[in-house]
Design a binder for this molecule. Structure first.
Ligand code: CA
Ligand code: CA
Length: 219
């Protein structure tokens, strides 16, 4: 077999192995992308302002006491934590860094002590996941702000610009991830979960969409 043909066949084999691994890695429902839609767990979400309710003692939704309550917004949005005057205890909203069990000493935001009736605002300018907690109740009040890129004007998932989302798009994304492509023809459509990155998860979501396991992209 000629050298070029051999290398090409190796690349295709590697791609197939990667595709299989991704499919095994992310079965439907095993990821936490269910919280992707902007506005999830905002008590109101209008004009780029997400209001997050705080309580005694939970963040964002009473059902998440002692669990991480996820909220999704778009980049550039403002989050306003709203602590009702009917509450009793004092709380904070404070960014954790990578781990709320070992919080950073330089949080991106820290409300300081909030008394009932207080509010605190922060503007999110960079996509990503931001863990936060109440420094007074660090094990029972936990939250996550997921800051998403704006959805592109094109068809999310259609990376070859043919107005369809199918397995070819997933393959192209995997080729990009594997370094076989430098860019996708419609690169802006490749971030299918709007988390600011194009990676194997995006290809998996395309395949799940094609297989009818999820109804929309972003999911
Ligand atoms: Ca396509
Ligand atoms: Ca992505």
């Amino acid at each position: 077999m000629p050298t070029v043909q051999f290398i090409t066949s190796l690349k295709i084999s590697a791609l197939a192995a990667l595709l299989t691994a991704v499919l095994l890695w992310l079965s439907p429902g095993s990821s936490d992308v269910g919280a992707v839609e902007p506005g999830v767990n905002c008590s109101s979400y209008t004009d780029g302002v997400c209001v997050i309710d705080m309580g005694d003692i939970w963040l964002c939704n009473p059902s998440y006491q002692e669990a991480v309550c996820p909220t999704s917004i778009l980049v550039g949005d403002i989050v306003r934590w709203d602590y009702p005057s009917s509450a009793v205890l004092m709380h904070t909203t404070t960014e954790c860094g990578a781990d709320c069990d070992a919080p950073t000493l330089t949080p991106l935001w820290d409300s300081g002590q909030m008394d009932p009736g207080d509010t605190f605002e922060y503007t999110f300018t960079t996509p990503g996941d931001y863990l936060y907690f109440c420094t007074i109740h660090p094990t029972s009040q936990l939250g996550l702000i997921r800051v998403l890129e704006e959805a592109p004007p094109g068809l999310v998932g259609d990376v070859n610009c043919n107005d369809e989302v199918n397995a070819i798009d997933a393959t192209l994304i995997l080729q990009l991830v594997a370094g076989l492509l430098d860019e996708l023809p419609c690169h802006e459509n490749g971030d299918t979960n709007l988390d600011g990155a194009i990676n194997a998860i995006d290809a998996t979501l395309v395949l799940q969409y094609v297989a009818g396991l999820i109804d929309t992209l972003p999911p």
